[in-house]
Design a protein around this ligand. Structure first.
Ligand SMILES: [Zn+2]
Ligand SMILES: [Zn+2]
Length: 112
């Protein structure tokens, strides 16, 4: 699992092990959770939202620029470029469904 020395949202140094694993300090984690309100609930199904939150709280989405995120695959071997409107993972390229990376990027862009 990736370790993060700084908060992925505000860049502050992370000190406790839980925050280091998640990539967010407690305040930013709460802000990310809070950002996923009406807009997200109206757009995606609950199990999709839960998967996206899991991804975020594993620190698997690293902000690049302009709401584009680098998403790390669960086994850590692949990375994808993700934006709420597009993702280059296998599911994203097929385009039949919105992949969890895109939902996570959407949530994070609201929390930015
Ligand atoms: Zn923070
Ligand atoms: Zn994806």
């Amino acid at each position: 699992m990736t370790e993060h020395t700084n908060c992925l949202r505000c860049g502050r140094v992370l000190r406790n092990t839980k925050s280091i694993a998640a990539g967010y300090g407690p305040t930013c984690k709460a802000k990310v959770r809070a950002a996923a309100k009406a807009e997200i609930i109206a757009t995606y199904k609950p199990h999709q939202i839960e998967k996206a939150h899991e991804l975020i709280e594993q620190g698997a989405l690293i902000p690049l620029r302009g709401h584009i995120y680098l998403a790390v695959s669960s086994d850590g071997t692949e990375t994808y470029r993700t934006h709420r409107a597009a993702c280059n993972c296998k599911a994203g390229l097929k385009g039949h469904h919105v992949c969890k990376h895109r939902i996570a990027a959407h949530i994070l862009s609201l929390a930015a």
